[in-house]
Design a protein around this ligand. Sequence first.
Ligand code: ZN
Ligand code: ZN
Length: 138
Amino acid sequence: MSDSHRGSCLCGAVRFRTDGALRGVVYCHCSQCRKQSGHFYAATNVANADIVIEGTESITWYEASAFAKRGFCKACGSVLFWKPRDQDYISVMAGSFDKPTSLEGECHIFVGDKGDYYSIDDTLPQFEKSTPSIPVAE
Ligand SMILES: [Zn+2]
Ligand SMILES: [Zn+2]
């Protein structure tokens, strides 16, 4: 594959490979993403058909809402995936990819719910909640 990317959790128990171009990175500032990650989410999206995940037995899926579940490594705790229930894609944390990632920032969502200890200083678009093209659990 010409545009293949690899990534893993911190301990390497969970590894993945994606094929094809990756969507720009969406930064989600909602309270769920902040609580789970310790800051805010930075994730790309991959079609289910374009990702192969190894070590799935090491993933714990947390049913964060009726809409989506959040996957992390049960050994090292790395936050890896956000998977909507009825969609054909999976969100993958940008920081879990090995360099070079080819990833670039796309936008900020749920900025109305962001933490009060940082500011958003780049020029990317900001959305109060989600955008029509990016379904995200509230
Ligand atoms: Zn791990
Ligand atoms: Zn979020």
